[in-house]
Write a protein that binds this ligand. Sequence first.
Ligand code: ADP
Ligand code: ZN
Length: 518
Amino acid sequence: MPTNAVEILKAVYGYDAFRGPQARIIEHVIAGHNAFVLMPTGGGKSLCYQIPAIARPGMGLIVSPLLALMADQVAALRQAGVKAAALNSDLPPEERRALWSDIEAGALDLLYVAPETLLRGGVLERLGRTRLSLIAIDEAHCLSQWGHDFRPSYRQLDVLVRQFPQTPRMALTATADAPTRAEILSHLQIAEADAFIAGFDRPNIRYAIAEKDNPRAQLKDFLKRHQGESGIVYCLSKRKCEETAAWLRGEGYDALAYHAGMDKAEREANQQRFQHGEAVVMVATIAFGMGIDKPDVRFVAHIDLPGSLEAYYQETGRAGRDGLPSETLMLYGPEDVALRNRFIEESDAPDERKRTERQKLDALLGLAETAGCRRQVLLSYFGDHCEPCGNCDTCAEPPQLFDGTIAAQKALSCIYRTGERFGQAYIVDVLLGVESERITQFGHDRISTFGIGKEHDSRLWRAILRQLIALRLVDVDLAGHGGLSISSQGRDFLRDKPTLKLRVPPPRRSRRGKGGQS
Ligand code: ADP
Ligand code: ZN
């Protein structure tokens, strides 16, 4: 077996060149350093630990959660002449003995093991007597307590750090937002400088995010650009899925619904039609996701706010797998923020988890309200980078900025004077001096902030309030009624009065549709 990385690449895999950051990562680990590797699925992570394990003296220990997957990898490696094996808990005793004697004789390049097996009595002790070239922890996000794939045994893998402090460690994953990333790095004691993050950019996907002001009309405009194409419309509730699909059928689209409340046969039938159909609009909740491998999904629209920036990335990422231009649109308003807040608050998760969820929501709002390139904000959340992309709404029409200091002060004091319990629409009316029945009934036509915002129109005021929410100067009430209140940062802002640049919403596209149900 060759010991040079490029030669191994050719001899074992039959490839001519490394892809993206593979060469840098492999070199780094061969030199004996730790590495955290965050790349999307299909990015080529396996090579990043297999090649150093082959190149370095000793046996590479690969911790992986999926036994079935391990078997495939082991078979493929063996075929190519690599001495690889999997330590399964269900190996027959004689095979098990033979495997251990190979391990102890130093005859293996790679040993795959599930965390549960690794932690079982005696295994670590015996491994302590062999020379390890590296330890790779695949699907490392499984150690994150707040993630969907949490595996308690992954949490105990820090024992490897203590037992083999001198052995290079690798953690690999395709899914890690900022909090999960930090958790993996600290748990496995891998330095930030050893993180390699790449491959998240999907340059053929166009991103656009807009205020939800007439969602049906906005969706209709969007779909008009995609006649004859297939795509996904994500919404939050089962009911809204059904209603939106029915409405789209009435508009002449071949629209299907997909959500967890449907019976399995119907769901599968709809998925099949989407998979093989020509111009099918799938109106779905997040239940639709796993196992979609349609390459020519041309558009993804979110008519409700997704749960997090990572969910947004994954859901929009279902567009354009074939590499051809694809378009996305997300609509959102303060009622979405209120609802998301309520989900977090009403869940029975521990406080620490709720805090993480709130941070994730904030990251998404930051993306929605950015004046810069959407793609840059999106990628930077994963620790990846790009130049301003030219293929998002803010690149295409850079938002104008204005000095929003005074406006923010007016909005905050209006929220304060009305008792910090009214929603956006009410606050905007008070700012504009609208003498509605409700306002007079509460006597808010007699307060000092009534009509102090006549220099801006209601659309700009709504944009200002959304940005104050995204900036966390204003909180949206946790009961989910949409009442606005001033956060502690908002109070600091009122006291210190720092300059605040805000964005002017881009001009509205011309629009005809009616029926603004949300
Ligand atoms: P991941 O683990 O990141 O999901 P894999 O390691 O399974 O990705 O790689 C995905 C596919 O890309 C595999 O078929 C693999 O053989 C292939 N691949 C990886 N690196 C290269 C490369 N440098 N050149 C060509 N194909 C590659
Ligand atoms: Zn851009």
